[in-house]
Design a protein around this ligand. Structure first.
Ligand SMILES: O=P(O)(O)OC[C@H]1O[C@H](O)[C@H](O)[C@@H](O)[C@@H]1O
Length: 423
């Protein structure tokens, strides 16, 4: 379950009435786009795709020998699986992410892996991302050298159904692939095979994850009073004059979730609107309680330029009682007999109050627990929130024209044919 707490934003219930028409119109505009050719709204339907889920299950069952799973991908092709696998790995399969281009960690990883027990999954929607292609060159060569003809069983590609270098390679070599639907962009792809395939190897409950996401879909389309995604979109919209939106998660298991959110929010919404105005707010990742001992000083006494979102679990699957230890009564006695989770909850609540008291704008999203169901719901909720904000802010939440120049300049520096002039 997901629950919104806006107790310190006193004007919110009234704003919901004032903005009702704008919100409902934004939702209508978004849904109307679904009919247009080229609309990138396929993420809305991913939670219903049981056929792909079955295919992924079969593939997982046919590969019981996998002990190490190497994921080659970056941005939307890595952040989602990384966030979810860290939270829900039940299988003991070891995951390694090559979402960078630093030689030393890649060399170190290659030294530790046994190719016979390793599955390499290259993920790229476009099939054109330099970092991913570079990693693929290295790992494909390594598999071929170490396994000879058997290398093909150890490589699986997740990519566009038709286009791109990965698709072409798969066809030439007869490699196993999973498709990222054409109408699903990278940062909205976590519930496609991009996330589901690695999570199947992690042993996560995929059905519950998708069931949670379906709940977010239901609420996104519900009347405004029940529509959590419209409500949090409004909270972001009301505070768009504040340059920073902090996304602070009180869960060690979800420590990579803020990075996933940062890409979703920043790359979707930070752009020029139709009149050429620069719009967007900067999402800042934070982790509780660790950042109480780092960023919270700034949040308390620094500029009041932030909207702060706390994501807090309400229950632990299993709490850990704090034992009494003789000699530590004076400093730690107040903890004796309490659960570790009680401390987490108290800290989240204390931070919530302290930030509000400081004059920061802050609201909390409670997760019933850190479960695949609740987190699937949260991810899909945040995708809806982002898509609604795209409509409210007059930007296309599904493209990323601003990253193109950097790519072209990289190509020019490396002498890729056709890119010489910029170099
Ligand atoms: O999946 P890929 O096509 O390899 O893209 C990976 C990432 O790189 C691009 O530069 C985009 O800015 C991201 O939105 C995308 O998630």
């Amino acid at each position: 379950m997901l629950r919104l707490d806006t107790r310190f934003l006193k004007g919110f219930p009234k704003a919901l009435k004032v903005y009702e028409k704008d919100l409902l119109e934004a939702r209508e505009r978004l849904l109307a786009k679904n009919k247009a050719p080229g609309a990138m709204l396929g993420w809305m339907g991913l939670p219903e795709d049981t056929e792909t889920l079955r295919e992924i299950r079969r593939y997982r069952e046919a590969h019981p020998w996998v002990e190490d799973y190497v994921l080659l991908g970056i941005g939307g092709s890595a952040l989602g699986p990384k966030a979810l696998e860290a939270a829900f790995n039940e299988s003991g399969v070891r995951f390694h992410y090559v979402d960078h281009v630093e030689p030393e960690p890649v060399r170190k990883l290659l030294r530790t892996l046994d190719p016979r027990k390793t599955l390499v999954n290259a993920i790229s929607k476009s099939g054109a991302t330099a970092e991913t292609l570079a990693a693929l060159l290295i790992f494909l060569n390594w598999l071929q050298k170490s396994l000879g003809e058997g290398w093909r069983r150890h490589l699986v590609l997740t990519t566009d159904p038709q286009r791109g270098a990965l698709r072409a390679l798969a066809e030439r070599e007869g490699l196993r692939t999973f498709a990222i639907p054409e109408n699903v962009g990278g940062r909205y792809s976590v519930l496609s095979p991009v996330g589901l395939l690695p999570l199947a190897f992690a042993g996560a409950d995929l059905e519950a994850l998708l069931m949670g996401a379906r709940k977010a879909n239901e609420l996104a389309l519900a009347p405004l009073e029940q529509s959590l995604p419209l409500q949090t979109a409004l909270l972001q919209h009301l505070h768009r004059h504040l340059p920073v939106t902090v996304f602070m998660v009180y869960s060690e298991r979800l420590k990579h979730l803020p990075s996933w959110f940062v890409q979703l929010h920043d790359e979707s919404l930070g752009k020029q609107d139709r009149e050429g105005n620069r719009v967007g707010t900067t999402a800042v990742p934070a982790l509780g309680p660790a950042d109480q001992h780092a960023q919270v000083q700034l949040f308390r006494e620094g500029p009041l330029d932030k909207l702060i979102v706390l994501v807090v679990p309400e229950r632990a699957a299993e709490d850990l009682p704090l034992p009494e230890v003789a000699g530590l009564e004076a400093e730690a006695g107040y903890l004796f007999g309490k659960g570790l989770f009680a401390l987490l909850k108290a800290e989240a609540e204390a931070t919530y109050r302290a930030l509000a008291e400081a004059g920061q704008r802050v609201y909390t999203l409670y997760l019933s627990e850190v479960s695949p169901y609740a987190v699937g719901w949260l991810l899909q909720h945040l995708m809806w929130q982002t898509a609604f904000l795209g409509e409210l802010w007059g930007v296309n939440a599904f493209d990323q024209p601003g990253v193109e120049l950097g790519k072209r300049l990289t190509f020019a520096l490396l002498g890729r044919p056709g890119y010489g002039e910029e170099g």
